[in-house]
Ligand binder design. Structure first.
Ligand code: FEO
Length: 400
């Protein structure tokens, strides 16, 4: 049975949610599920904006059939060719063989790659920045957004109603639970952390490209944002844009400390607990601790984007970095984090090597200020090293 939602008189949401998927992109845990948003514009022409993941294909086709109400499909706009959105393109074409495909030249190439689908040239309307597609009452224009999140990405702007179809930008992990607009839920309390985790992990590497898109979008009179995942924004758009501006510029949102530690027998953890307590005694309030063997790196990466000060602590392992910490740090450098103050603690019962290698990894990032000296534990924090922990806490508290 169809399950569609009216967004405006002419626009409907025809997507669906998946609460069964354990790992988005086979990497990221999604305890709240995920939605795959697809949109349908009913005008003199009928327009589909993106499809969905194969997991929710049946719901999508029931929705599409309902909104078409017996009409043919005139246009299929493809903003993004990642399979969580494009998986049903070939089936749409099979059902509506006369549909015109509106996309970038790069998208056409990817359609051929993904589906071995060579369509007649005249079936495509290849668009670039500023091109206009009139559909009757509505006039659509297109803005390329390469690397937000893949190179072929574009966003579509409905000039008539001021609606930006923003592809992956402004998306959020989390299924749609009836309410479809961000203003219908307590977004800050319930979804901001998932929006941040989505952004940082999926698009975070491409800050300059996101900044470019934000600059292009600032020239548009945007009244509503329809992303490909999560809630639709029709109120307080500036709130989300401000978050994106900070994330894209790698600026911390808040003064605060995240302590990410690896610990095999609890001794490195113990040093971190004591450091956190000392920080608290010195008045630091915004402190979070994560065991890298317990918390998925995607959560810690999002937290690293959120706060100003980061402490990494880990034992030496195989003459290198404790394996889960190594994984986290590589992921952080892959995501291009910048502009943070970092302190390091390592542990080594006979040859502490970890901190040196953690530092080498983090030195790949821009504008990281290391809080020296590095604290090096010998098996466990000793009484005579408490002063080093105290000094580090002082330094971070003063800096915050
Ligand atoms: Fe939701 Fe980059 O796809």
């Amino acid at each position: 049975m169809y399950n569609t939602r009216k967004i405006t008189a002419d626009l409907s949401w025809i997507g669906a949610s998946d609460r069964r998927l354990a790992l988005f992109e086979n990497v990221y845990p999604i305890p709240l599920g995920v939605s795959y948003n697809s949109f349908f514009l009913k005008d003199e022409k009928t327009v589909l904006l993106d499809t969905v993941d194969s997991a929710v294909a049946e719901q999508f086709f029931a929705n599409l059939k309902h909104v078409l109400n017996g009409r043919n499909l005139d246009y299929m706009i493809i903003n993004h060719m990642e399979p969580d959105h494009c998986s049903q393109i070939a089936r749409v074409i099979a059902l509506y063989p006369e549909v015109k495909i509106v996309c970038t030249a790069k998208t056409k190439q990817m359609i051929e790659q993904f589906f071995a689908l060579i369509l007649p040239t005249e079936q495509y309307i290849l668009v670039k920045d500023g091109d206009i597609l009139p559909t009757g009452k509505h006039e659509l224009t297109f803005v390329s957004a390469p690397m937000v999140h893949w190179p072929e990405v574009m966003v579509t702007f409905d000039k008539t109603d001021g609606i930006l179809f923003s592809a992956d930008a402004f998306g959020t992990f989390g299924a749609i639970n009836g309410n479809i607009f961000a203003d219908e839920v307590n977004f800050e309390r319930d979804y901001l952390s998932e929006a941040r985790r989505y952004y940082c992990n999926i698009v975070g590497k491409y800050g300059p490209q996101v900044q470019m898109l934000l600059k292009k979008a600032s020239a548009l009179d945007i009244k509503m944002i329809c992303p490909l995942h999560g809630y639709i924004w029709r109120e307080n758009i500036a709130y989300l844009v401000e978050k994106y501006s900070k994330w894209a510029a790698y600026e911390p949102e808040e003064k605060g400390v995240v302590i990410a530690y690896g610990s095999i027998y609890g001794n490195t953890e113990n040093a971190c607990e004591i450091l956190a307590a000392k920080l608290a005694e010195k008045g630091v309030k915004n402190i979070k601790m994560y065991d890298v063997s317990v918390t998925h790196p995607s959560y810690i990466i999002a937290e690293a984007f959120r706060v100003s000060h980061l402490i990494f602590a880990a034992p030496t392992y195989n003459a290198g970095i404790f394996v889960n910490m190594e994984n986290l740090l590589r992921d952080i450098t892959a995501h291009n984090l910048q502009n943070r103050t970092v302190a390091l603690i390592d542990n080594g019962s006979w040859a502490a090597m970890c901190a040196k290698q953690m530092k080498e990894e983090l030195e790949k990032l821009k504008n990281i200020e290391f809080s020296e000296p590095i604290i090096s534990l010998k098996s466990a924090l000793s009484e005579n090293q408490l002063k080093e922990i105290e000094d580090l806490a002082d330094k971070i508290a003063d800096n915050i």
